[in-house]
Design a protein around this ligand. Sequence first.
Ligand code: SF4
Ligand code: SF4
Length: 535
Amino acid sequence: MHQKFSKEVTKITTNLKNLSKYEDEMWLCARCGDCSLADKTVASNRDVYLPCAIKNVLGFEAFAARGRIMIMNDLLNERIPLSNDIVDWAHTCTTCKSCMETCTATADGINLPDMIEALRRDLVQNEFVMPKHQVIEDSINELGNPYKEPSGKRLELFGNRVWPETAPVIYYVGCTSSYREQEIARTTVELFDKLGIDYTVLPEEQCCGSVLLRLGRTKSFERITKMNLEQMKAAGAQTIVTACAGCYRTWKIDVPNEGYKYDFELLHVTEFLDRMVGEGKVSFESPKPLKVTYHDPCHLGRHAEVYEAPRRVIESVENVTLVEMETNKRYAHCCGSGGGVKGSFGNLANDVAGNRIREAEETEVDVLITACPFCHKGLVDGAKHIDSELPVVDLPEFLLPFVRKGRKRIMAENPLKKKFMTYLTAHPKIFEGLKKGATIDYDLEGDRFHVFVTGKSQIDVNPVRAENPDVELIFAPKAVEKLITFDSEDEYAARFGLFFKEPTDDEWIKFVLRLNIVKLLMKGYRKFAQKAGLI
Ligand code: SF4
Ligand code: SF4
C-alpha cells in the first residue's frame, strides 16, 4: 500500500445489521479463487484475465473477493474487531463488479460489491469513518456537490448562457463534469447544440448522491434526490441524458431501489447518440484514419449493462477503427477510480489506472476513449503516472470535431452475411435446446448479426449486432462458405465443432462466452455444445 493508513483504534461490535443480511451468501463462496486468479484458459474462453484490478496492484488475497469474504465473515462472527484498519481496507474496493461477473458460485456471482457497501454503511453507523468522507457529505449537504465548490458556480462554465425553463431533454451535468472535468460538460453542450437538440439544464442541479451511497452515507440521499426530482418535473423533462456513468447508475438503479419513482426516460449520452446515429440524424467522419480503443466504465457496463451503444457510435465514425483491449465489456478491468477509491487512496487509483493504460497501449491505438468523467480523470492521471503519452478522451469530446450532420454512414453489405442469415433462418433446429431469450452474436469480418431464440426451435435472425449476447461467434469466411452447404443440422453442428477444435488458416471459428457457465447452462447451451462435440 502506498499511503499511510489511519492510526489503529479497535472496538468489538455486534452491530453489523447491513452486512449480516449477506451471511448466507458468504457461505456459498467455494474459495475457488477465480475472482482474482481466473484467466482465459481456466475461464472457458471468456475474455477474463486476473479480474480484480485492485488485487493486481496490491497483491494480497485480502483485497480480492475471496479474501474479503473471509474477513467479513470474521467480522460478523466477532473473530476480528472493527478498527480503522478495517475502514481503510473496506475503501480499497472499487465495487467494480468484476469479481461478481467472474464468479460461478451462483448464477449471478457472489455479490461482493453490495456486501462491501453494506459493511461501509455499518462502519458509518458504528462511527468508524474516514474524516475526509465526512467532509464530502458535509459539502454535499451545504453546497450540493462533493468538491466544496460554491453551488452558485455550477453553471458558470457555460458562460452567461440563459437556459430555457422547460425542455423535453435535460442534460444532467453531474458534479465531476461541472467542477473538475469541465471540458467534458462544455463539449457535450457544444455537441448537443450542433445536433440541434431541444434541451436545458437544471437551474440548481444537486449531486446525484452516488458518492454518498458508495461510501455508506445514505442519510443525505433523500434530500438531494427530492430536490433533483422536483426540478426535473418542473422542467417538463421527458428524457434525462447524462454523460457520467456514476450519475447514470445512480438514477437508473439506486434511485428506484431507494423507493423513488420517475416517469421520464433516462439515457446515458452514449445511448442518446447511438439512437440519433441509428435514426440517421447524425453521422461522424474523421478526416484521417484513426485506431481507437474503448474503456468500459464499470457503472455503465457491468452495473447497467450498456456495452454496445458506445461501440456502435464509435464504429459509426468514418475512418475510425475500434480495437478491443484484452479485457473488455463484462470482463473489462476497472480504471481504479470508482467506489470512493480515488478520493480515499489516490496513489492506489493511479497504479490501477496505469495498468489499464498499459493494456490500452498494447492495442497500439491512437486514442483511448471512455464515457465517464470520473474514468477520464482517473485514466488521464494514470497515463501521467506511468509517463504514457496515449491520449485519453471522453466520447463527446472525441466526436465533436467529426460531426457530419444528416448523412448516414453507408456500410457496404457483406453478401456472405446475407447468405449465412438466410441459411440459419431456414435451419432453426441448429438452435434446438436453447431457451427463449438466448442470444448469439455472429461476427463475419467485423460485419455483425445476431440470432435471438423466440421459442422451441424458433428464432429471429436480426441484421444488427446483439445488445447483450450470451456468446459471440467469430467466423472465417471460408468456414461459413462450407457450413452453409450442409442440409442437415447435425452435419452443420459437427463441422462447426471441427472448425473450432481443429482450425486451419482459412477455416476456423472462435468464440467468446459473454456469460458465465452457470448462466449458459441455464439458457440451454449444453445441448448446443454437445451437438457440436464441444463437451
Ligand atoms: S469466484 Fe466466487 S466462489 Fe470463487 S472464491 Fe471468488 S467469490 Fe468465492
Ligand atoms: S468489486 Fe472489483 S475491486 Fe472489489 S473485490 Fe471485486 S474485482 Fe476487486
